[in-house]
Ligand binder design. Structure first.
Ligand code: T1G
Length: 691
């Protein structure tokens, strides 16, 4: 075994050279790997005893891509495209032996090899587009040559991986190896030599290159719906189109140009930032990595409504049995019926087999007796937002559940410490704030009570990962982090409506910023009557006026907008415009034209400011955690990073100046957070707090 660099070595299995890459944790193609690969091939070429070369990785995966941490720093030769040209032009057969995830530059390395073998569990993907980039080492040129542009487009422009079976079927790989990968790869190499197979240089293949412009036109139509606002997907299509229409060398050059443009743009900076932010949330400074976990074998959920049903699905999807408690059998039956209907819809789309539906449903045990929760390891209370009811439930749970069982509330706003105080086990009580629809939204706020024990918190973070949630640790305050920040935007939208901003303008500005829908349309979707009380309604707010007029939103085809039966497409409602005008007049507003810029600033800067307060109060660990909350809980466009990343991009000094202007005009709702003032004074930004 010859060590070529600290990350790459060359050893011989008879006449097969084994180029081992060992760069934990994911064999990212950092400088020591790239240099070792180039020098290793050169060394193997000089060695007459080596007739073929296997490229293979130690650890859990084949190369998972370029080292994202190197981006933004001065690139260091050898650059990956150049290393892969060495592979491509090597006159001895190179066999890539893949396990784990051959992603990005890793798959490009395999594509530049002459042959590819893999274990059955391997995955192949080009996720660069999720970083606001495109494959920058020939992936956009080689993959279409191997499988054709039509099949290459979704892999390049969505970044979604394919498994080994599909890779074999499409021709991305040549063989699936049973048993030991290294031995299988050596055997394959020997077969190539024995059969004197010609070297398959993907860069020279042309038979799969279909130039049909309709392929690209059709795909662009699809992208318009799914990738609104993103720059990278269109660049991916352009690069694949070039593969179909240009010689390899020209296509490679064009790919490089597109890659460089994206790398220099703010969208890629935001998406690369987000990639690490999403992993940083799991790191909580005062919870050691080796904190013991509680084994969650069985879960109890109280409430079979929208939230309880959705939460149940998360656990049974992960194979964890659920005891679902409802007060009345009819509510229980309805709740379980909704779960079954959800699964049947998924199955009808071919995304799940009926067996899988049956398996999941078999993991749900419905009951009207809370006593049936005596043997569960975790209870999640998901009844409606009433503190008295929650307190009563936790008092009962404390008596019913076994010692050491974790008791969690799904409350969106209420004080978790007050709920914990109803038990003798506050150290086992916390909040697990799921976002609706709970079986779809990836965000989970883990609400840390004053007395919640570290193993309970660590278990919550671990179980969240198991049910495929992105868990963000937050502290106890009204609305925790996400909803507390969201309330700032809601307040401003209500005011802007009365100040004269047409609701269609408000919705267009926020939609064009990149949110999935405008804030007013969102109110119609959520339900205008959420939190409304008929008994106390006095016609003093638009919510009260609309609800008193029976306008509850999409649910009854009329809210701020009108809706055709069964449609979610908002239609103008002149009658509502009159209601707005009347209320504005009654409250003394003089309607005025409001600029798009003011709408953005009024709706977004207070979110940033509240985020700063949340950080000052240590309700959240770091600014990037708040960005992860907003991307996953509120549809903040990931190509803008999140509110705190966006604030740094705008410039905190500008945010502060605008907040002060608004404070002078609109009052203390815009009073700058002390942290915002402090960072501006020190010439720092929120990124400086992302430790
Ligand atoms: N570069 C640097 N660090 C990386 C990394 C990468 N590519 N991928 C993962 N890490 C770190 C991650 O931050 C974490 O660090 C640890 O590894 C474990 O990751 C030229 C330009 C491979 C599926 O986009 O999808 O190639 O928190 O928690 O859940 O065309 O990591 O422990 O300090 O995610 O087992 C393209 C990104 C790059 C793949 C493993 N490749 N990675 O998932 O572990 S651009 C990607 C992943 C490129 C070329 C272009 C996942 C994974 P820490 P993890 P995991």
């Amino acid at each position: 075994m010859v060590a070529i660099t600290e990350a790459v070595s060359l050893e011989k299995e008879g006449d097969i050279g084994m180029l081992w890459i060992d760069n934990p944790p994911v064999n990212a193609l950092g400088f020591p790997v790239r240099k070792g690969m180039a020098d290793g091939i050169a060394m193997a070429m000089k060695d007459d005893g080596i007739k073929a070369i296997v490229v293979i990785c130690k650890g859990g995966t084949f190369c998972a891509g370029a080292d994202i941490r190197e981006f933004g720093k001065p690139p260091k030769e050898p650059h990956l495209p150049d290393v892969l040209t060495v592979f491509d032009e090597c006159t001895k057969p190179i066999i890539a032996a893949v396990h784990g995830t051959a992603f990005g530059g890793g798959l490009e390395t395999a594509l530049s090899s002459h042959f590819r073998v893999a274990v059955a569990t391997a995955q192949f993907g080009l996720p660069e587009v999720k970083l606001g980039l495109l494959p920058g080492a020939g992936g956009t040129q080689r993959l279409p040559r191997l499988i054709g542009p039509e099949k290459a487009l979704p892999m390049v422009a969505t970044g979604n991986p394919i498994g080994a079976a599909q890779a074999l079927k499409e021709g991305v790989i040549d063989e699936i190896v049973e048993g030991d990968l290294a031995q299988g790869a050596v055997a394959f190499a020997r077969k190539v030599l024995a059969e004197k197979r010609p070297l398959r240089q993907v860069s020279r293949m042309t038979d799969k290159l279909d130039k049909n412009p309709q392929i690209f036109a059709d795909y662009r139509k699809q992208l318009a719906k799914t990738a609104r606002g993103f720059e990278a997907p269109e660049a991916c299509v352009k690069a694949v189109e070039a593969a179909a229409n240009k010689p390899f060398a020209e296509g490679l050059k064009y790919e490089r140009e597109l890659f460089s443009q994206l790398m220099m743009g703010s969208q890629s900076a935001a998406q690369r930032y987000y990639f690490f932010a999403e992993r940083q949330v799991a790191k909580i400074p005062d919870i050691p990595k080796d904190t013991p976990l509680i084994d969650i074998k069985k879960v109890g959920i109280i409430g079979a409504g929208t939230m309880g049903g959705g939460i149940t699905m998360n656990f049974v999807n992960a194979g964890i049995p659920v005891t679902l408690v409802e007060a009345k059998q009819e509510f229980l039956d309805r709740g379980i019926g909704v779960i079954k209907k959800n699964y049947d819809i998924t199955a009808s789309k071919g995304k799940m087999t009926q067996e899988a539906v049956a398996k999941r449903m078999g993991l749900i045990k419905g009951t009207t007796k809370m006593e049936d929760l005596a043997d569960v390891d975790l209870v999640i209370e998901a009844v409606y937002e009433n503190m008295d009811l929650k307190k009563e439930i936790f008092g009962k749970l404390d008596a019913i559940c076994k010692p050491g069982a974790i008791l969690a509330t799904n409350t969106s706003y209420l004080n978790v410490d007050q709920i914990a105080a109803m038990t003798q086990r506050p150290e086992f009580v916390l909040g697990l704030h799921f976002f609706s629809p709970a079986n779809v939204m990836r965000l989970l706020e883990v609400v840390r009570g004053a007395k919640t024990a570290l193993p309970v918190l660590a278990t919550a973070m671990a179980i969240a990962k198991k049910i495929k949630k992105i868990a963000v640790m937050v502290g106890v305050c009204f609305g925790f982090a996400g909803n507390r920040m969201f309330a700032q935007r809601k307040r401003e939208v209500d005011k802007l409506v009365l100040e004269g901003a047409p609701i269609t303008q408000l919705d267009k500005v926020i939609y064009d910023f990149g949110f999935p829908m405008g804030p007013v349309a969102l109110l119609d979707l959520i339900g205008i009557d959420l939190g409304w009380s008929k008994e106390t309604s006095k016609g003093e707010t638009m919510q009260q006026i609309l609800c008193e007029a029976g306008r509850f939103g999409i649910k009854n085809n009329k809210g701020y907008y009108n809706y055709a039966e069964g449609s979610r497409a908002p239609k103008p409602a002149p009658e509502v415009d009159e209601m707005i005008k009347a209320l504005a007049k009654k409250k003394g507003y003089t309607p005025r034209a409001i600029s798009d810029e003011e709408i953005i600033q009024r709706c977004i800067y207070p979110i940033i400011n509240e985020g700063a307060k949340i950080l000052e109060e240590k309700i959240a660990v770091r600014p990037s955690d708040l960005d992860v909350i907003w991307v996953n809980g509120y549809g903040w466009p990931v190509y803008r990073g999140g509110p705190m990343f966006y604030a740094d991009l705008v410039g905190l000094d500008k945010v502060l100046a605008v907040m002060k202007q608004f404070q002078a005009k609109h009052g203390d709702d815009f009073k700058p957070a002390p942290l915002l003032e402090k960072l501006v004074k020190e010439g720092k930004n929120f990124a400086s707090l992302n430790v």
